[in-house]
Design a protein around this ligand. Structure first.
Ligand SMILES: C[S@@+](CC[C@H](N)C(=O)[O-])C[C@H]1O[C@@H](n2cnc3c(N)ncnc32)[C@H](O)[C@@H]1O
Length: 259
């Protein structure tokens, strides 16, 4: 399958996504289509004791959609790549799991998100965490560099998800794990939603139908082992809630393993 055909200019979508997540980094108290912050993280399953050990400002700007660390099974010493690392909450969580001998690399295209994550990393002494500017469709890292690739609420934003999954497979060593949470749908979204770049940027318009999402992961050379629904995740604007009810827009957590 190729990239989804969208009726808007992909540069317009990139600008909207960057605007939205610049605001998430700089003004997490603002109004968004989606919930953020510690209350959400706890409801999704992040252990409060772990959250207590990472920077509070990264939790305030947490815009993920699920918890997947129980699927990722991170071990001390492992190398983890976080696609769309935002203000860094999951990179800090991963750093707790992989310990001082491990490495965590966050990739994000939005400068304000990376800068905030870097500031919090430096203040918190997370010396084994680094951030690079890049697109998840073309990650500036070498083949087979990662034991685990993680991502939270990001891949739905990509117009070419197959390309993203192929990048994940390229980054993983054989037997490496891909553990994520993302937004999918039960039924294919109609053009009126898919062609609205504002709804894409809000993590709705780009959500793929769940079976085709899974097929795309497998086509990239990974075996899907677990798929869990995250009923604790809910959209908050009326627009988003309506699309969610009508088309089964929902959050899932997935574990896949590279063959
Ligand atoms: C919904 S936020 C999630 C951030 C983080 N994972 C979290 O849980 O808080 C999406 C993030 O992905 C980044 N992003 C979206 N599309 C991207 C792309 N194609 N390449 C790189 N980063 C992207 C945005 O800049 C934003 O920081």
């Amino acid at each position: 399958m190729t990239a989804t055909t969208v009726a808007f200019d992909p540069r317009d979508l990139e600008a909207k996504v960057k605007d939205m997540y610049r605001a998430v980094a700089e003004n997490p108290q603002g109004e968004f289509h989606f919930e953020m912050g510690r209350g959400l993280a706890e409801r999704l399953g992040y252990p409060p004791a772990d959250l207590d050990r990472i920077p509070a400002e990264s939790i305030a700007s947490f815009a993920g959609v699920g918890y997947y660390f129980h699927l990722a099974g991170l071990k001390p010493g492992e190398t983890v790549v976080d696609l769309g690392s935002g203000s860094g909450m999951d990179t800090f969580m991963a750093a707790l799991h992989v310990g001082a001998s491990g490495t965590v690399i966050g990739v994000d295209m939005t400068d304000e998100q990376r800068r905030k994550a870097e500031r919090l990393r430096d203040a918190g002494g997370f010396v084994n965490v680094s951030y690079i500017k890049g697109y998840i469709e073309e990650v500036p890292l070498t083949d087979a560099c990662a034991d685990v690739v993680i991502s939270n609420g990001v891949i739905n934003l990509a117009t070419d998800k197959q390309k993203v999954f192929e990048e994940v497979a390229r980054l993983l060593r054989p037997g490496g794990r891909f553990a994520i949470s993302d937004i999918v749908t039960e039924v294919q979204l109609p053009d009126s939603i898919v062609c609205n770049s504002t709804l894409w940027a809000a993590c709705i318009g780009g959500a793929a139908q769940q079976d085709s999402y899974r097929d795309q992961i497998e086509r990239a050379g990974m075996r899907v082992e677990t798929v869990e629904d995250n009923p604790a995740y809910a959209f908050i604007s009326d627009n988003a809630k309506c699309a969610s009810r009508k088309y089964g827009v929902k959050s899932v957590s997935i574990l896949a393993v590279k063959a």
